[in-house]
Ligand binder design. Structure first.
Ligand code: ZN
Length: 143
């Protein structure tokens, strides 16, 4: 994310910090096939920030998104009880990049429904509660 597309409306300072972490993570993107450089930052309920970036693969299908990379890292680092309090996604391509469907479903197991998710949308940065991003996540408890 460049200063040119930083939104005019001020974002919550803690989300701004998270966004900066996501932007930093995007610098490490392994994206030789698409050139789409994405970073994600998760704020855990404990206050820790864990980042991830997209890692592409020549097979394409084995590519992992920044959001899932961050989540896998968080579980590896802090254990399976991690809870996500906020998410920020950034890319260095000045393009919209809301979390994809796969990442939304994977995040659903670890995130609070009211956790804000900040991402570049077509009309600029957007923040919305996770439950608005994935209102009907697959869950074995659904009836
Ligand atoms: Zn994804």
């Amino acid at each position: 994310m460049t200063p040119e597309n930083t939104p005019a409306p001020a974002i919550d300072p803690t989300l701004a910090e998270l966004l900066a972490s996501a932007e930093q993570a995007a610098q490490h993107s392994y994206s030789p096939y698409s050139g789409f450089r994405v970073g994600a930052a998760l704020r855990l309920a404990t206050g820790e920030i864990v980042t991830g970036t997209n890692v592409e693969n020549v097979s394409y299908g084995l590519t992992i998104c920044a959001e899932r990379a961050a989540l896998v890292r968080a579980v590896a680092q802090f254990g399976p009880a991690v809870r996500i309090a906020a998410v920020a996604v950034a890319n260095l391509n000045n393009s919209p990049s809301p979390p994809c469907g796969a990442c939304r479903q994977v995040l659903a197991e670890f995130i609070s429904p009211d956790a804000p998710v900040l991402f570049p949308a077509a009309d600029g940065l957007r923040s919305m509660p996770f439950s608005d991003l994935l209102p009907l996540a697959f869950d074995m408890k659904l009836k």
